[in-house]
Write a protein that binds this ligand. Structure first.
Ligand code: PEP
Ligand code: MG
Length: 938
């Protein structure tokens, strides 16, 4: 039902209803209610604005009658008369939607001025210059906003007048100059609008109200709402605030200024702001005179300062939030014209949250909810110096946050070599593979031209906490020339570049960065978040160092240890290749035996680091060919070897040929003959033949293993079933490491996890291996080794058969990277830089589903799997270890799903801790179960 009342005096309206009264209107109402000095006025509701649009751009019937009635009350309160020839009431007409849209909509000041009221104003203020200046400003603003006159016409007049009278600033213009300008302004309006400037104040007010309503659909405002995703449920229509004008330019006992109740830059509890005496609000903004810090007011206007201090305390106490306010002192009387929640950077939010709890102003819960998990990212990673204003050379995907600079290097070996020499390098590749891992360690950051946010480069970089921009398709990378190009710009090996992985952009040169700021206050806030949240937070970590770091950041266990990462070390890869290329089971076993102690050592290190906490270890997942060089690479190497071999035979014949052609050079051929002898020896050994044969063998195997679609191919548990000896070795390594750690006195909680499972039978098959290995290990060590056995849920069929999987599994872990790929049938490697941006732009999809969990699709599958899984096993532990486990909104959703824990890369753990607490505070015990739809529905 429509609210029949559309106009409310400030003292009548509801300061908590920003949707109806707009943020500014609500603030004025609330301040009036709590007794702060607000100039009298009233608000036209957003409902009036919506009716204006429903009415084809006509003001709602009866609206102006309500306005007139409200004006009468304001007149009574102020003792002034609107349009009066004595002591006239002037008003400001300001827009104000539910959320602040700075500078996007229009406001008009000094409304009510005309030739008559001007005289009265002069009389009332005894200040002719001031009155004409106000008139000039009013004609210009009203002419532009309400009458649509091009602002440049007014500017032109003002500019000419200043030139003519040699006035540097507006303030240098005398009363006579201003009179002349006003006259010219009125003429311009008449010429442009073909009618005289409206002198009737009520007509002025009506036109101004209409103009403000119109500005809601103005180009600037519409663009702003689109850019900042301001949907109709956030703000629908603008309110209009009509407020008595007060003037800060009425002499030295008048002033105007803006202030924050605390320093928004660092959160310090000091009054922070600036003011100008004898000035109007615009003067502070326009920068004509340099404003003074508010602390100076203590000396210059002590009474006003004292009152402001009182306002500061009252506002903070009332809103329990830092306020950003505007004030004016008119002839030693203070007025507050606006208040709103202060915008602060993350550091300031953290400090003020902690201090406001200590002051008893807010609860710990409120302190936790004030800090947005997204903002935390600012504090956890190095970022570009905020003062840096450069233009990026290329834009890709923000794959791993943080910023770093270094010399561009195009292959992992070179990155490692330069890294060892102490050089800062950035590894630039089309895409990365496990064999590039040593290059990651040596690099400050990673840049790839292909692959999405769950590509190898992205996942590994996030795990290591290094910045990464992936899928930067604008860059053409030529690995042979060792350069990257975009148009005319070339990045050559050795050129400095800077990666901003938070934004996904690349700069040429070295850009200064600022260090992360993990303060004590932040740690306190995170501790409070831990007290609130009910969902666990674990880390995705694959090394003892990673595990240690994760624990320091608050991880309560490892949710995913990708064992394949351990295969990538430089000294291990050849053994892994040997294992893959082995022609017989026996040969494979020989390689496996070499890998066992290495894996065992890693696991033991992780168990030690996570003493007392669970460690989920996933058996080998990726297809084996990922550990081998590509067919193209091998073919190129083969060509090289063959060319070398033909070059050698040429050199061998060379001395003979020269002697034959010119016997006189016989003597000088001695050194050549020596070389030829060495070459002959090499050829004798047939080293080239052996090498060629080996390479051809590898190439054949690589071709044999090649799959059209490896992501859906021979990987995960399928691999474990085809090559059980690999899984058996890994299981043995886990259980033996656990046994040895127990003997050392470590409290181990291993969890063996099987990837890519789609049937309970697969799981049983692997469980059988575990059972057998366990018997041997327990016999060998003479102790029992506790462990849990579980499965990744990352294929659609696993969700559909969750009840059966739970018969075998002690726990589930949602692999939402693969589950998203499988649910959408979007390749996780390609979608993000092929068609997804267009999908987002055209609003076919709101978010990138590889970054933000798709609640409707993937989320629904998860919900089904959880329900069915827990029907079979009510205490089934369920986590998530896809990249979504560190995304704030997705973490909140996981809380609603009732997950036992989320698991994410170490640096995102603080974000996940905070987001889990937000989930609890927002939704409590409320779950998505039993509802028709999810709460977070798009
Ligand atoms: C997943 O699929 O979500 C997952 C964690 O596994 P990976 O990214 O290693 O495929
Ligand atoms: Mg997966």
């Amino acid at each position: 039902m429509k609210n029949p009342k559309l106009v409310y005096l400030f003292e009548e309206s509801d300061g908590t209803n920003k949707k109806l009264f707009g943020g500014k209107g609500a603030g004025l109402a609330e301040m009036t209610r709590i007794g702060l000095p607000v100039p009298p006025g009233f608000t036209l509701t957003t409902e009036a604005c919506l009716q204006y649009y429903d009415n084809d751009g006509k003001l709602p019937k009866g609206l102006m009658d309500e306005v007139k009635a409200a004006l009468k009350t304001v007149e009574k309160k102020t003792g002034k008369t609107f349009g009066g020839s004595k002591n006239p009431l002037l008003v400001s007409v300001r827009s104000g939607a539910a959320i602040s849209m700075p500078g996007m909509m229009d406001s008009i000041l000094n409304l009510g001025l005309n030739e008559e009221t001007l005289k009265a104003l002069i009389q009332a203020t005894s200040n002719e210059r001031f009155a004409y200046d106000a008139y000039r400003r009013f004609i210009q603003l009203f002419g532009k906003i309400a009458l649509g006159v091009d602002e440049a016409k007014f500017d032109e007049i003002l500019k000419k007048a200043k030139e003519k009278y040699r006035a540097n600033y507006d303030t240098d213009l005398t009363t006579d100059h201003l009179k002349e300008i006003c006259k010219q302004y009125l003429e311009v309006v008449k010429k442009e609008t073909k009618s005289p400037f409206p002198m009737d104040p009520m007509t002025q007010l009506e036109l101004a109200i209409e103009a403000v309503f119109k500005s809601w659909m103005g180009r600037r405002a519409v663009d702003y709402r689109r850019e900042f995703k301001v949907t109709l449920d956030i703000a629908n229509g603008t309110a209009v605030n009509v407020c008595t004008m007060v003037f800060g330019n009425m002499g030295t006992d008048s002033a105007t200024g803006v202030a924050f109740t605390r320093d928004p830059g660092n959160g310090e509890n000091v009054f922070y702001g600036e003011y100008l005496t004898n000035a109007q609000g615009e003067d502070v903004v326009a920068g004509i005179r340099t404003p003074k810090p508010i602390s100076e007011m203590k000396k210059e206007m002590p009474k006003i300062y004292e009152e402001l201090e009182h306002v500061r305390k009252t506002l903070e106490g009332h809103y329990q939030e830092i306020q950003d306010l505007e004030f004016t002192a008119e002839k030693a009387k203070l007025y507050i014209l606006q208040t709103r929640n202060g915008k602060m950077n993350a550091q300031a939010v953290v400090r003020t949250s902690k201090e406001m709890v200590e002051q008893g102003l807010i609860s710990k819960e409120k302190a936790v909810i004030r800090l947005k998990p997204q903002e935390l990212e600012q504090l956890l990673h190095k970022r570009l110096d905020p003062n840096f204003k450069g233009t990026p050379i290329a834009i890709g995907l923000p794959a791993s946050p943080g910023a770093a600079s270094g010399k561009a290097v195009f292959d992992a070996d070179e990155a490692e070599r330069q890294g060892r020499l102490g050089e800062k390098v950035v590894l630039v590749r089309e895409e990365t593979k496990p064999e590039d891992i040593h290059g990651f360690f040596a690099s400050q950051a990673i840049l790839t031209s292909r692959g999405g946010k769950t590509s190898h480069a992205a996942v590994v970089a996030r795990g290591m906490g290094k910045p990464c921009v992936s899928g930067c398709e604008e860059l053409h990378i030529d690995l042979h020339k060792k350069e990257a190009t975009k148009g005319d710009t070339i990045i050559k090996e050795g050129d400095f570049i800077t990666i901003d992985g938070t934004k996904g952009v690349v700069y040429l040169g070295e850009v200064p960065t600022v260090e992360p700021e993990v303060s004590k206050d932040l740690l306190t806030l995170l501790k409070w978040a831990d007290e609130i949240r009910t969902m666990g937070v674990r880390a995705n970590a694959d090394t003892p160092e990673g595990a240690k770091k994760a624990r320091e950041l608050g991880a309560e266990g490892i949710g995913l240890c990708r064992t394949e990462r351990m295969f990538n070390a430089v000294d291990r890869l050849p053994i892994v290749q040997e294992m893959i290329l082995a022609e017989s089971k026996e040969k494979r076993q020989e390689a496996i035996v070499k890998l066992l102690p290495m894996q065992k050592e890693d696991f033991r290190g992780i168990f030690r680091a996570m003493d007392g906490l669970p460690v989920t270890i996933r058996l080998l997942d990726p297809p084996l060919h990922e550990f081998l060089p590509s067919a193209e690479e091998l073919a190129a190497q083969l060509r090289g070897i063959k060319e070398a071999e033909s070059a050698l035979s040429t050199v061998a014949c060379l001395t003979q040929a020269v002697k034959y052609l010119d016997p006189s050079v016989r003597e000088s051929l001695k050194p050549l003959e020596n070389i030829a002898a060495i070459i002959a020896e090499i050829r004798e050994k047939k080293l080239d033949k052996i090498l060629i044969q080996k390479q051809e063998e590898t190439l054949r195997k690589v071709k044999e293993m090649m799959e059209v679609n490896p992501m859906l191919g021979h990987r995960g548990v399928r691999l474990g079933i085809s090559y059980p000896e690999i899984y058996i070795m890994q299981i043995q390594a886990i259980l033996e490491a656990a046994a040895e750690a127990i003997k050392e006195g470590v409290d181990v909680k291993p969890e063996i996890m099987v990837p890519q499972v789609c049937t309970a039978q697969e799981l049983r098959w692997v469980y059988q291996m575990v059972e057998e290995v366990k018997i041997d290990v327990e016999k060998k060590y003479g102790i029992q080794v506790p462990f849990l056995f579980g499965t990744m849920v990352e294929v659609v069929r696993a969700c559909m058969r969750a009840d059966r999987l739970a018969e075998v599994a002690d726990f589930f872990s949602f692999g939402t990277n693969d589950l998203t790929q499988a649910t959408f049938s979007f390749s996780r490697e390609d979608a993000e830089n092929k068609f997804l941006p267009l999908y987002n732009e055209r609003k076919i999809l709101r978010d990138n589903p590889f970054e933000v969990l798709d609640v409707e699709g993937v989320g629904r599958l998860m919900k089904i799997a959880i329900e069915w899984g827990r029907k079979t096993k009510p205490d089934l532990k369920i986590g998530i270890c896809g990249e979504h486990g560190g995304h704030p909104d997705s973490v909140e959703f996981c809380h609603q799903l009732g997950l036992t824990y989320v698991s994410c890369s170490p640096l995102r753990i603080p974000i996940a801790r905070l987001a889990a607490a937000h989930g609890k505070l927002k939704y409590g015990e409320e779950k998505v179960f039993g509802k028709e739809d999810f709460n977070l529905a798009v």
